[in-house]
Design a protein around this ligand. Sequence first.
Ligand code: AHR
Length: 352
Amino acid sequence: MVRFNDLEDLIKRGDLNRGEFIRAAAMLGVSMSAVGAVLNGGTDVADAAACKPSRTPAKVPKKANYKVGFAQSELTNPWRTAETDSMKTVFNQHKNRFSYTWNNASSSTNKQVSNVEDFIAQKVDFIVVTPLQQDPLRAATAKALAACIPVFEIDRQSSGRAGKDFVTFIGSDFVAQGAKVGHWMVANTKGPINYVELYGTTGATPAILRRQGFHRVIDKQSRFRLLAGQDGNFTLAGGKQVMQNFISKYGQKIDMVYAHNDDMAFGALQALKSAGITKKVYVGTIDGQKKMIQAVAAGTVSVCVQSDPRFGPITYQTINNYLAGKKIPAWVVVHDHTYTKQNAASLVNTGF
Ligand code: AHR
């Protein structure tokens, strides 16, 4: 019969890796706190809290400097660049308190999982992650939890539960974003509307929830008819390609485009232009790039709902609150503007 002490000896000798150790300990029914204490030498921020890193511990151990690792999902559009820059800028302004490091999964879920595991191996004090896809990242978050490392999910969520499987979700209400585009279209269009939808990356929370929110509103109106929907991967090239396919099939029948982000909307506009389609096509999108807000002000795009990528300040603040022993809400909500022709010109500076 293997005992926990035996496992401890094996991992110390290097005969077990961290994953094997965690799995074997789980089979013996060993608590997360005991597993974390062995893996982290009892020095982590969350150890003093009997290893419940998804809740603010009653007493947070003081350290001169805390290591923060940010696992970015990809750098495929200006939104991701803005998010990455915002994190880097804010944490590097506080080098006396935080040692900040980040990695890029380059659109690979497997890479993002191993990037999170790297942070665990480096024994960082905090992991910040923006899960490329919600389900596969659940296991990586669970590993961090088992290693006693508090995880803050920003912008996108894994399929775990905030406040239980990770500290908090810091981000926008994606369902509301989709619903706002839907409401605008219902209120500002007349008669039958045939539309196409450019989905974000399959399996990503914003793609799932922006779709849900929009359809919750639009599907109640029988005058709206979905011609086709396809994954454009949140990129300009993807949006353009998908829109070209839609145009070759439906051409002038298309009255409206709902794109899950600005880059795909820009791609769709390029495709409409190259196809020589000059009729009025309503375009609804989400993100709030400066040039998109300008396009709304100019009337080229009908409505854009903001999804602010500047997560640095709010993430820094939330980690500081955790360190100050404050209770962190399961969802730190980021509030968004809705840009329309009426207000866009005056709000251009709120874009990125
Ligand atoms: O998760 C937020 C979405 O991801 C943004 O809308 C998009 O531009 C990004 O890639």
